[in-house]
Design a protein around this ligand. Structure first.
Ligand SMILES: O=C[C@H](O)COP(=O)(O)O
Length: 249
């Protein structure tokens, strides 16, 4: 069974609500497609205006983060129920920027994964090595650990619906896309890791994206790889070029 591509933009801390609406209006006609799931993962304050602006289009709206507690004294955090209440279907979890600047660990990512599934939100769980790790030859050891801990106590049925984004840290926002071979190799290995944790059927079903300086020129070859099921796009998701990435064929 062919996996459906999923092409997501991660807007990061860009775009005020006013700018966000303008961007959706610009991108809406450009990202129209029936061939892939198209998701805009946006800052929490942009979610409602982006949903309004995206109404009637194929754009799904996702969050960039979420807390793992249900509610309570957690100043500044957003709960899963707050997201589902307004119709959010996806959440980016464990982005390397969250891990680096906000001390997220494999364990906290795992707690968030479990909460997301409990609330019917599809997690886009990020993993990926630093340049130093790649040079030391420990890329897959590091990523396997991220995946194993991230999916702890996640059932096979839940895992089948998840999305994993492989994002080499050295390729994020640097203009240095991983080569197609590098990206395919790691995505294939992540799928093998899922087969070891669960089984072949789960590994076949789970969708694995590549992220890191994806642009309109590199997307077609990357997304044509057998184990790459789309992309998680940062900088280029804020430009009309995102339309070309979505309609990469
Ligand atoms: O989540 C998206 C990634 O961090 C990629 O960002 P980038 O496309 O700007 O390199």
């Amino acid at each position: 069974m062919a996996r459906r591509k999923i092409i997501a933009g991660n807007w990061k801390m860009n775009m005020t609500p006013t700018e966000a609406v303008e961007l959706v209006n610009t991108l809406k006609p450009l990202v129209a497609t029936e061939d892939a799931d198209v998701v805009f993962c946006v800052p929490a304050i942009d979610i409602i205006p982006v949903m309004e602006a995206a109404k009637g289009s194929n754009i799904e709206v996702g969050a960039e983060n979420m807390y793992y507690e249900e509610k309570g004294a957690y100043t500044g955090e957003i709960s899963p129920a707050m997201l589902t209440d307004v119709g959010v279907k996806y959440v980016v979890l464990g982005h390397s920027e969250r891990r680096e600047y906000f001390a997220e660990t494999n364990e906290t990512v795992n707690k968030k994964m479990l909460k997301a599934f409990e609330h019917g939100i599809t997690p886009i769980m990020c993993c990926g090595e630093s340049l130093e790790q790649r040079e030391q030859g420990v890329t897959m050891d590091f990523i396997r650990q991220q995946v194993k801990v991230g999916f702890q106590n996640v059932t096979a049925e839940q895992a089948k619906t998840a999305v994993i984004a492989y994002e080499p840290i050295w390729a994020i926002g640097t203009g240095k896309t991983a080569t197609t071979e590098q990206a395919q190799e790691v995505c294939k290995d992540i799928r093998a890791c899922i087969a070891e944790i669960y089984d072949e059927a789960t590994a076949e079903a789970i969708r694995i994206q590549y992220g890191g300086s994806v642009n309109a020129a590199t997307a077609p070859e990357l997304f044509a790889q057998p184990d790459i099921d789309g992309g998680l796009v940062g900088g280029a998701a804020l430009k009309p070029d995102f339309g070309k990435i979505v309609n990469y064929k």
